[in-house]
Design a protein around this ligand. Structure first.
Ligand code: NAI
Length: 263
């Protein structure tokens, strides 16, 4: 790489010829990430449990002209992950990019949280992300190819809020897992980074944002609004594409300044 500072090469964000997997690609952020990756030129595998939702996403991606596959995958089930990865590889080719986006939340106070709730949240958000990343990294066809993993964490992995203890713990774990995997897998040329969205209006947040508490929370965001999904496109593509080729183990925050709000 030269140190020529003129004419930045915007083709660095081009993903033509790459294959990307988006877990939880049937809704919300995942659907938007899939669209961003396809618009940047990648063929995209939408992976989740609800086939009807995946098909809806696929229809929206059709105009990009990229190849899109809808693949059933439950990130809490190791066998399901293995068969999904095999199906993606058979259909689109060996994946270069993994966006670990599948996630759940069940807001309730810690005294009310059952161990079944705890397990469901941690199994999906943390254990599921690890199992999927591990399956991606261990694919025999991966040798010499490298790859990029983007773990979708949350600003709640850094800052605290009431009634989301298990979610916070899972996302904090995902951030530090990102560090661990980045350290171990750099030698395989697999970059592992975390994207930390602030509040965006999706199925997971919309009920909360419409409460009195939600409105108060938005008033504390320095930019005074939740994010628009398209505002995650730039951060995602930076981490997923060659534009971020020297970035691994990093945390990229897109939160309208929310982490800076006063305590
Ligand atoms: P969402 O509920 O629309 O999307 C979550 C997706 O994960 C769904 O498509 C769901 O089917 C899938 N999923 C859940 N369990 C799964 C499993 N076992 N196997 C496969 N797929 C599964 O919610 P949203 O907001 O789009 O969330 C996406 C990610 O972004 C989550 O990891 C969430 O924690 C994170 N996030 C969201 C923020 C927001 O403001 N909406 C803020 C910060 C992080």
């Amino acid at each position: 790489m030269t140190n020529n500072t003129s004419n930045p090469d915007l083709r660095l964000f081009d993903l033509s010829g790459r294959v990307a997997i988006v877990t939880g690609g049937g809704s919300g952020l995942g659907r938007s990430f899939a669209m961003a990756l396809a618009q940047a030129g990648a063929d995209v595998a939408l992976c989740a449990r609800r086939r009807d939702k995946l098909a809806e996403s696929a229809r929206l991606l059709a105009d990009t002209g990229r190849r899109v596959a809808c693949v059933g995958m439950d990130v809490t089930d190791e066998a399901s992950i293995a068969s999904a990865l095999a199906e993606v590889t058979d259909t689109l080719g060996v994946p270069d990019i993994l966006v670990n986006n599948a996630g759940i939340n069940r807001p309730m106070y810690a005294t009310q949280l059952t161990m079944a709730d705890w397990d469901a949240i941690v199994d999906t958000n943390l254990r599921g992300a690890f199992m999927t990343a591990q399956a991606f990294a261990k694919q025999p066809q991966r040798a010499g190819r490298g790859g990029s993993i983007v773990n979708v964490a949350s600003i709640l992995g850094i800052r605290a809020q009431k009634s989301v203890a298990a979610y916070m713990a899972s996302k904090a774990g995902l951030i530090h897992l990102t560090h661990a995997l980045a350290l171990e897998w750099a030698r395989m040329d697999i970059r592992v980074n975390a994207l930390l969205p602030g509040y965006f209006r999706t199925d997971i947040t919309t009920d909360f944002l419409d409460t009195e508490e939600g409105r108060k929370l938005v008033a504390h965001i320095p930019m005074r609004r939740p994010g628009n999904l398209q505002e995650l496109t730039g951060p995602l593509l930076l981490l997923a594409s060659p534009a971020g080729s020297f970035m691994t183990g990093t945390v990229v925050i897109a939160d309208g300044g929310h982490l800076l709000s006063s305590l």
